[in-house]
Design a protein around this ligand. Sequence first.
Ligand SMILES: *Cc1c(COP(=O)(O)O)cnc(C)c1O
Length: 418
Amino acid sequence: MSNHERKIHPSTAVLTAGFDPALSVGSARPAVFRSSTYVFPSPEAAERAFSILGGRVKPEPGETAHLIYSRFNHPNAEIVEAHLLPLENNAQAAAVFNSGMAAIMTAIMAHTRPGDAIVYTVPIYGGTQSLIQNFLEPWGIHGVPVAGGDSAALDSAIQHTPHCRVVLLESPANPTLTMTDIARAVDSASRREPRPLVMVDNTFLGPAFQHPLALGADITLYSATKYLGGFSDILAGAAICKDPEIMRPIRGRRSLFGNILAPDECWILDSRLPTVHLRMNRQSKNAQRIVERLAAHPAVNRLYYPSLFTDPEQIRIRDAQCDYPGGIFSVDLKGGKPAAFEFLRHLQIARNAVSLGGVETLVCHPRSTTHSAVSQQELQLSGVVDGLVRVSIGIEDWRDVLSDFERALDRAAALTAA
Ligand SMILES: *Cc1c(COP(=O)(O)O)cnc(C)c1O
């Protein structure tokens, strides 16, 4: 039996599928192809490659389109895209971009026109919020925000928003980890004609613990800068679809915009994919152990983490769509901003930086950094209070990170008591 006939598991496929050593002079790991342009064997081959690129002819079964120019496609993009597919259940097509924002922007621009509307959950990543409010809205694409986790409001917005073409979900939401029911949003979208596309920003729990395509979503979006890249040393993004026809216009826009991920970055990202499950499992276990021990600390007002959910609806969504709680939590400190800053000042292992998903533990104060441009009213809605600190747990020995946090929390508690 060939690999195609036998069902192989994702962690095997990511190492064996999609890369032919014969095309890299037999090297066990892919080469980097930095060429900006590709030599055609004949003028007819060049003509055919352009006809396929332009969508004027469809490739024959088994025919791979000849490479043309690296803004359209290049071998390292093809290799990393082939390795992204087995990580996402039900995926048939992947495209890599030079940032997560590039992936989100290109997916939306490929499937909307001026006059269309996007329904999206809030809070949402600040860059995405700004893309919708400050760029798409003046461009003629109307954005309709709905509070994450509010299934009834989401159903209603999907049913009643005129010209709704895209439903964009981010679950869990940053920084409170509120979850939105993906399968229900898909169901709601499929009751509209024409059916809006459901896109899910899966950066926080994917690809290890949440699989939007298996829940019926059309497009999974990633900031590959985070867990996929895993070491806080590259910027990258990805869009993954179960239907190649949905990917086709996204690839077309990517060729036009010139935001394909460059060959060196593709090679780096590709080398990180085989360990993403190992890293995320360790990060999730570490986070769970640390969070459960911090819950009783006197400096802590409230912890936000999926295994500590108390709302029955949030628990139901979590159990239905997530395998493990993941490596990110937020902690609201008694004593507000001064306590949060005192905590950050006294950390010795965890570093005070934005971003997440790297092998090192990072901690930030959303209210004064990532969410500082958000209006007061939206801050209240999204639970970004003055004492809130967001934590992305790494792969360190969890006991060291725990005692680092406990020491710094003691300082925060002393400040509040004083
Ligand atoms: C970081 C992030 C983005 C943006 O990704 P970049 O790679 O920084 O462009 C989008 N969504 C979420 C949830 C993120 O955390």
